[in-house]
Design a protein around this ligand. Structure first.
Ligand code: HEC
Length: 99
């Protein structure tokens, strides 16, 4: 149920928010609802990614994808990402200014 709510929340947020930045990797569009356009999440339950070290973000995403870090929500969003996509996402969020 919580999962459904989160999905509905992120989907509705996606469609109501046209402010995607141009240099954003394609896969980052699915992350916006929870982590914000530039990785500055406005929801206290979702971590900020902006300005985080790329290496750390890369590791976190691989850990979610490969089951070393357990979070039902993030597992859903990380499981179909390739190593290349993860690297692009990590570099994108690391290069954003933390607000
Ligand atoms: C439905 C909401 C939601 C969506 C969509 C989502 N995330 Fe997350 N994300 C979370 C939550 C909640 C956590 C905290 C998980 C935990 O407690 O371990 C998290 C954690 C993370 C972390 C670890 C942050 C840290 O400081 O350790 C990264 C990196 C991350 N998400 C990246 C992404 C990327 C990239 C996408 C898109 C492909 C994405 N997330 C989509 C909710 C979401």
């Amino acid at each position: 149920m919580k999962q459904l709510f989160l999905m509905a929340f992120s989907v509705s947020f996606l469609f109501s928010n046209p402010a995607f930045s141009a240099d954003m990797p394609a896969k980052a569009k699915t992350c916006v609802g929870c982590h914000g356009v530039d990785g500055n999440s406005m929801v206290p339950n979702f971590p900020k990614l902006a300005g985080q070290h790329a290496k750390y973000l890369e590791k976190a995403l691989k850990d979610f994808r490969d089951g070393f870090r357990k979070d039902a929500t993030m597992e859903t969003f990380a499981k179909n990402l390739s190593d290349k996509e993860i690297k692009e996402l990590a570099e994108y969020y690391a290069s954003q200014e933390a607000k």
